[in-house]
Design a protein around this ligand. Structure first.
Ligand code: NAD
Length: 310
């Protein structure tokens, strides 16, 4: 069984996931993803299975793989938006992912980004790193309103925590889990527009689908509560980055805190790079030791199950 593994966090962190992988009698090759189409298309046919990250696995790549040896795909992670699932199904290539293992890490990352931004931790660190002692003015989170769009695994972990920080918490989901709401201090709103008009902070936790692509439209951005801070740890395709920049420049938005970019890794031409009010982390929301071990173990177990089921 020839396996191509492209996740850098899997490769770079030791733990049970590597031990489990090494126990398998697989011939494993490593590339450092996320791989562009041009980087994976020439490789994919040589392997029976992929343990992939956010590599581009579109129809062309999958067809090329299927004409060769490719039989299984185990996604290390949750989001499947880079994989053409329709093509995979047609080609008889089963695809698995790792739900339920990284939601705490991402929810904590959202809270860390918000606190850093409101307290100017990132700017203060920059000042003292350069030997300075200029003291930026911070803002309190207490009493602010946060809107969580997408109350799934990550949204729920966040919604469990923010009320205890004194942050009034609003939620919106097309498929609300009413059992989860029961007994919690959460207020339900009924549209994305309403969330953006009501809240001081909005955080996105919907997957990137055809129905959610550009869910934060220009109209919504320009009609939001003035100074709103938008947090995106989900996918860049939920917004249009040039609109974000314009809304920041016109002071409609007070900040854009993001873990995801339209082009990753960030290029020198990224419109958000070094812009005032923008805080960027390099897609590390779920990159904790604990998550990598859980997610890596699950990705290997998923592949073991796929092979057994065949
Ligand atoms: P999930 O599937 O558990 O939850 C998604 C929620 O979004 C569901 O409750 C669903 O009903 C809701 N939803 C779908 N379409 C909607 C719409 N149009 N309007 C409102 N709600 C809608 O997913 P999750 O585990 O919470 O992850 C969410 C996303 O976060 C993933 O799809 C992935 O893209 C991203 N993610 C990022 C990182 C990171 O490292 N930054 C890590 C994990 C996941």
């Amino acid at each position: 069984m020839k396996v191509l593994l492209t996740s850098t966090s899997f490769q770079d962190c030791d733990g049970l996931h590597k031990e489990l992988l090494n126990q398998q009698k697989w011939e494993v090759s490593y590339l450092r993803g996320p791989l562009k189409k041009s980087e994976i298309i020439g490789e994919v046919a040589n392997y029976d299975a992929l343990i992939c990250g956010d590599d581009v696995l579109d129809r062309d790549v999958l067809e090329k793989g299927a004409r060769g040896s490719l039989k299984f795909i185990s996604k290390y992670g949750v989001g499947l938006d880079k994989i053409d699932l329709v093509a995979a199904k047609e080609l008889g290539i089963p695809v698995t992912n790792c739900p339920g293992v990284n939601q705490i890490a991402v929810a904590e990352h959202v809270i860390a980004m918000i606190f850093s931004f409101f307290k100017n931790i990132h700017l203060s660190h920059e000042i003292t790193s350069l030997g300075g002692w200029k003291r930026p003015l911070g803002n309190e989170l207490f009493g602010r309103k946060i809107g969580i769009i997408g109350l799934g695994a990550i949204g729920k972990e966040l919604a469990k925590r923010t009320p205890f920080l004194g942050i009034e918490t609003f939620v919106y989901d097309v498929n609300l889990d009413y059992d989860f709401l029961d007994g919690r201090e959460l207020k339900v709103l009924t549209s994305v527009e309403e969330i953006f008009k009501t809240c001081d902070i909005v955080t996105l936790h919907v997957p990137l689908l055809e129905s959610t692509q550009g869910i934060v439209s220009k109209e919504i951005l320009f009609d939001c509560k003035p100074g709103l801070v938008l947090v995106n740890t989900s996918r860049a395709g939920l917004v249009y980055e040039p609109d974000i920049l314009e809304a920041l420049r016109l002071n409609r938005l007070g900040g854009y805190l993001t873990d995801v970019l339209a082009n990753e890794p960030m290029g020198s031409n990224c419109v958000l790079k070094n812009q005032p009010g923008v805080l960027i982390t390099p897609h590390v929301g779920s990159r904790t030791r604990e998550t990598i071990e859980r997610q890596g173990t699950m990705a290997v177990q998923n592949l073991i199950h796929l092979i057994k089921a065949r």
